[in-house]
Design a binder for this molecule. Structure first.
Ligand SMILES: [Zn+2]
Ligand SMILES: [Zn+2]
Length: 447
């Protein structure tokens, strides 16, 4: 049985202690913070089921705290406690994201009534032991659920490579890690429901950036609609707004009937601050790439090899030189900048087992799309070759490319690499393909 947890954010030591005792007596795990900022930090780190928050506190006040926590933690229930009963305070607190407003002094009766109202049949976050056990026994693998860039492209001419936008699932070391939530995530959700039935679905979703082709499937991901599931969404702050604000934005009423806040799963959105972190036992290293706005690439180090995912990225080599020519900047400097950036990218991909790379354009098309944030196939494969990647999957197919066109592009890429005497495996990313990662060098493809 998992003990429920409560976070008490209150600057008055005596009041905080008194409330903490009430919860401790009822067998709750109690966390305490003496000011708003510390409270927000603890809330995001420990994700308690219930937060009690005072309104008037130093640093961030209770309204700000509610707003910040609400943006990042949808399932957590927030109870504001206040010594004042002004209707305007009550209304502002609710608007900021509070679920209840209670008056001081607080009694256990009032608290437990409020908690019963807020968490009536909500299951406690269940233990995922059984699930982890099942997954550990299966070999780590990568499955492609959406490989198209920019726009979903269904139809008879794209059946072999698929029409759904970016979504890749990595199963390794007891984790289900999903890279991007393009429209491909719809199929993943259905498959998880079928596979796991009544068990908890515990998923970590890593978002590279919030262009539509990488997030548009999220409102159609069935796992977020079930209270038994634990969904953690990680990504970096956008250029104009935070990750949670942007994800909530695409679900606002004019665009979608259910808001992000209303999703019943245990859903937490966390902005990444580090470029290296762990998801369970899987080490993740991030790298910001060249793409409009803020966009990251990820490399996952599993117990059976590593997978790099860089779906949207433009090489600097042509871009910088072209810009330099136009702006009268010294061409040598531009070339040296591009070389340094490329070398960093090679390091990022070094000895990777599977690299999923942006290869949206042919060389000829790319000449008309310099500065659009995407890569010609030749750049992607030469980058992978120089990094000694074992297998490269050309990804983010252009919506105007049908199956035959992608076949041609992949053939050309293979010729290019073969000319230099390399044996790297090159495939066009195909929806539905599963790649089993094996501890040794070889990787095997099914499906
Ligand atoms: Zn994209
Ligand atoms: Zn993009």
């Amino acid at each position: 049985m998992v003990m429920p947890s409560v976070l008490i954010i209150e600057d008055d030591d005596d009041s905080r202690l008194a409330i903490a005792k009430l919860f401790a007596r009822a067998n709750w795990k109690v966390l305490e913070a003496a000011d708003g900022d510390a409270g927000v930090e603890l809330a995001i780190r420990d994700r308690p089921e219930v937060i009690l928050c005072d309104l008037l506190m130093p640093k961030s006040n209770g309204f700000q705290v509610c707003r910040t926590i609400r943006q990042q933690l949808q399932p957590t229930k927030i109870i504001v406690v206040s010594g004042r009963d002004y209707p305007v305070d009550r209304a502002s607190a609710m608007e900021a994201g509070a679920d209840e407003y209670l008056l001081k002094p607080i009694t256990w009766e009032a608290l437990s009534d409020a908690i019963d109202r807020l968490l009536p049949a909500t299951p406690r976050p269940p233990m995922a032991t059984k699930l982890s056990f099942l997954m550990i026994r299966r070999p780590p693998r990568v499955k492609l659920w959406g490989v198209r860039g920019s726009l979903p492209t269904p139809g008879p001419k794209t059946v072999r490579y698929g029409g759904n936008t970016s979504c890749v699932e990595v199963r390794a070391d007891g984790e289900i890690i999903v890279l991007d939530a393009g429209t491909g995530i719809h199929g993943l959700g259905l498959a998880l429901d079928k596979e796991l039935g009544a068990q908890t679905i515990k998923v970590t979703l890593l978002i590279t950036h919030t262009h539509w082709d990488h997030i548009q499937g999220l409102p159609f991901f069935s796992s977020v609609y079930n209270g038994k599931n634990l969904i953690r969404i990680l990504g970096y702050e956008g250029a104009r707004a935070g990750l949670a604000t942007i994800l909530a934005g695409q679900m606002e009423t004019p665009f979608f009937p259910v808001s992000l806040r209303e999703l019943p799963s245990h859903l937490a959105i966390e902005e990444l601050k580090e470029m290296e972190f762990h998801i369970g036992k899987v080490k993740v290293v991030s790298k910001f790439v060249n793409h409009p706005g803020i966009c990251a690439g990820y490399r996952l180090y599993t117990s059976a090899g590593s997978v790099a995912y860089m779906p949207d990225n433009e090489p600097y080599e042509f871009l910088k030189v072209q810009v330099a020519e136009k702006d009268g900047i010294d061409g040598d400097q531009a070339r040296s900048f591009a070389e340094t950036e490329r070398a960093k990218m090679v390091e990022f991909l070094r000895d990777c087992d599977v690299a999923i790379l942006d290869g949206q354009y042919t060389d000829e098309e790319y000449q008309r799309h310099v500065g659009w944030g995407h890569s010609p196939v030749s750049s992607a494969v030469l980058l992978a070759r120089d990094a000694n990647v074992k297998k490269v999957l050309i990804f983010h197919h252009d919506p105007t490319h049908d199956d035959d066109r992608i076949d041609q592009m992949i053939e050309q890429a293979r010729d290019l690499v073969a000319e230099s005497g390399h044996s790297m495996v090159i495939e066009g990313a195909r929806e539905g393909v599963e790649i089993v990662l094996e501890k040794r060098e070889a990787v095997r493809v099914k499906g």
